[in-house]
Design a protein around this ligand. Structure first.
Ligand code: TYD
Length: 227
């Protein structure tokens, strides 16, 4: 990878897929190879977006409805892109982001029942040409993911396992896989049922491959408009 162009890798997936563990491992591996790595997350990642994160995750925005929540996610994303991600990429950093636009497509678009055109327009405005070079989708059956997530968070009660909720999570899983099928060059589905080591090795191989391939990435506003 040439200097000044950076590399933007996003991580997506459902509950308990192990995104944060894998991001940490990848960051360590890349740093040990001498890369300048920035780990960030959504919603949040910049001071403005972290403030919006609180509004969204506390449920304070729920009363405004799914559309307004989607707009808030997009507003936070745009701030994060312009304040943190774009400058880091311009400095040649490898940016690893825990969730990005695909989460909006899945959570707000599919399970929030919002019109695809509305969601796509919002994402185009939010990312403003800063497309991920690569998106790692950690794929896990909803039930397994929920069980893992529940083990982690002892405060979470058994109602997480209610049928309807499980169905929602399964729907999200399918939606992530659909995105991967539609955008196979950008998206890499990784089986999150493998051992932590095997998953880490697979992700590292994907990222290494990216860095050695020519920079045919769509990180220009023009290219983003082709979506
Ligand atoms: P977080 O605590 O970061 O959870 P996780 O470990 O699952 O990433 O919470 C982020 C939540 O926000 C998560 O439930 C997914 C949701 N979300 C959206 O609904 N839309 C989005 O665009 C993003 C980025 C996240």
């Amino acid at each position: 990878m040439s200097s000044g162009t950076g590399l933007f890798v996003t991580f997506e997936g459902g509950e308990g897929a192990g995104k944060s563990t894998q991001i940490r491992r990848l960051a360590e591996a890349l740093k040990s190879e001498g890369h300048d790595v920035l780990v960030t997350r959504e919603p949040g990642g910049s001071p403005g977006a972290e403030a919006v994160r609180h509004v969204l995750l506390s449920g304070a925005a729920e009363a405004f409805g799914t559309r307004m929540e989607a707009i808030l996610f997009a507003a936070a994303r745009n701030d994060h892109v312009e304040e943190v991600i774009r400058p880091a990429l311009a400095e040649g950093k490898v940016v690893l982001c825990d969730r990005f636009m695909d989460s909006s497509r899945v959570y707000q678009g599919i399970t929030g029942n919002l019109e695809p055109d509305f969601i796509e327009t919002l994402q185009r405005v939010a990312i403003n040409g800063v497309m991920p070079d690569c998106t790692v989708i950690l794929d896990i059956p909803a039930r397994v993911g929920l069980e893992r997530a529940q083990k982690r968070a002892a405060a979470v009660g058994p109602d997480r396992f209610e049928k309807e909720q499980l169905e929602t999570h399964e729907k999200r899983r399918e939606a992530f896989l659909d995105i991967a099928a539609r955008e196979p060059e950008r998206c890499h589905v990784v089986d999150a049922l493998q051992t932590e080591e095997a998953i880490a090795a697979e992700i590292l191989a994907i990222v290494r491959q990216l860095r050695s391939s020519p920079a045919g990435h769509a990180r220009t506003p023009e290219a983003a408009h082709h979506e």
